[in-house]
Design a protein around this ligand. Structure first.
Ligand code: HEM
Length: 379
């Protein structure tokens, strides 16, 4: 369990019998209540890549083991446990972009979302076929979502904060040219590598490292960087775009207002004006948000295709959900989103108490209906 190994983000190491049995009751509780592992998508609804999840049988087995006194079993080295396929680390990067100075996290036990703006200084567009983020401090770096800005918005937001980088409560405070262009998580440690697909880095652009730091009780420093290998031959390569799929404008039952004590469902729809291939989807909601569901109706087959369902949303664990099998949709197909919000005392995740009227926005008192996705265009 990469997250719960020594020196990683997990609250405690869980790698030996001694460590696991010391937290047995807590492990039974967090797995029964689906707090851990943290990814909350429904595997029956659609299958997702890199999904560190437990099935119902495994959850019941953990509980049974704990209730029966946590017997120490026989140590069987890696029996049948094949580590997940992982792309090899990039040994000869063409480009390396690093934070220009260390970020200092004070030990006040608060999670933080920070954005670091890194100019690419490129004089021409380039295309990456391998991308690898390397966290400087594995103890606190929970995830890094890299976006690309071709304008000056990120520099402007950066200038408002005298410290290095700028704080963001949830999203980036503006819509960048490429949104969530690449993402790294502490458990999947994804390295993008493809012989078919490439990702563009425009000339003169800036990389935005949007890093989520877990809470720490001691002062911590982080200097993270990304390694990039460039495609030498573009023939036959397909470019992946990372854009907004849904935001407030696509909602069909607006306005986006959630009254006090209200439990509300919002629906949205997008009609495709050309054929696409969807690779991943990343919903972004805050603490009043309680669930997401996405599906599509293909314009030719008229079939309904489930894309992703997150029945119990957790704003502390946002990620790009990579589809197990990419989804090709014809021109004229429709993609649907349904999100529910609970602005009542029943919602234990609410951070603004007593509940207040909620409007659309990125502030801590606001809520979001923002979804980004990776796709390839078929004109
Ligand atoms: C079967 C799998 C897992 C088990 C049994 C497990 C168990 C636990 C337990 C017992 C806690 C302490 C909860 C508390 O203090 O209330 C915890 C916290 C935590 N775990 Fe896990 N965990 C699992 C998977 C993961 C994975 C895959 C990740 C990383 C992606 C992760 C990251 C964390 C983090 C960051 C915390 C600190 C609390 C937080 O920030 O939410 N765990 N886990």
């Amino acid at each position: 369990m990469p997250c719960h190994s020594v020196g990683n983000i997990g609250a405690m190491p869980l790698t030996t019998y001694k460590e696991v049995s010391a937290y047995g009751r807590m492990i039974a509780h967090v797995t029964q209540s689906k707090i851990m592992p943290p990814w909350k998508d429904d595997p029956q609804f659609a299958s997702i890549k890199h999904n560190n999840k437990l099935n119902e049988h495994e959850i019941a087995l953990i509980k049974q083991w704990v209730d029966s006194g946590m017997a120490k079993g026989q140590l069987i080295k890696n029996k049948g446990l094949t580590p997940p396929e992982k792309n090899p680390t990039i040994t000869k990067p063409d480009l390396v972009y690093a934070m220009s100075q260390p970020y200092h996290q004070i030990g006040d036990y608060n999670h933080r979302n920070m954005v670091f703006v890194i100019p690419t200084k490129l004089s021409e567009d380039v295309f990456a076929d391998e991308i690898e983020f390397v966290p400087g401090n594995k103890k606190i770096v929970k995830s890094c979502t890299i976006s690309i800005d071709t304008g000056d918005s990120s520099t402007l937001f950066d200038s408002y904060d005298l410290n290095y980088g700028y704080r963001s409560f949830s999203a980036l405070s503006f819509i960048p040219h490429q949104y969530a262009w690449y993402q790294w998580n502490a458990d999947s440690k994804t390295i993008f590598k493809s012989d078919t697909y490439v990702k563009k880095i425009p000339a003169g652009s800036k990389l935005l490292f949007h890093i989520t730091y877990v809470a720490s009780t001691s002062i911590q420093k982080d200097s993270s960087y990304v390694k990039i290998h460039l495609s030498q031959n573009m023939s036959g390569k397909k470019e992946i775009n990372s854009q907004v799929l849904f935001n407030q404008a696509n909602i069909t039952n607006g306005p986006f207002i959630i009254k006090v004590d209200e439990q509300k469902k919002f629906y949205a729809k997008v009609k495709l004006d050309h054929a696409i291939e969807i690779q991943s989807i990343m919903p972004m909601g805050q603490y009043a948000c309680s669930s997401w569901e996405f599906y599509a109706i293909d314009s030719i087959s008229r079939n309904r295709i489930n894309i992703l369902s997150i029945p119990k949303w957790d704003a502390n664990w946002k990620k790009k959900y990579e589809l197990q099998k990419t989804l090709q949709l014809s021109k004229g197909s429709e993609i649907f989103a349904i999100a529910t919000y609970d602005n009542s005392d029943e919602n234990i995740n609410l951070i603004i108490l007593p509940p207040q009227k909620i409007k659309y926005g990125e502030g801590s008192r606001d809520e979001l209906f923002l979804v980004v996705y990776d796709f390839v265009n078929y004109e």
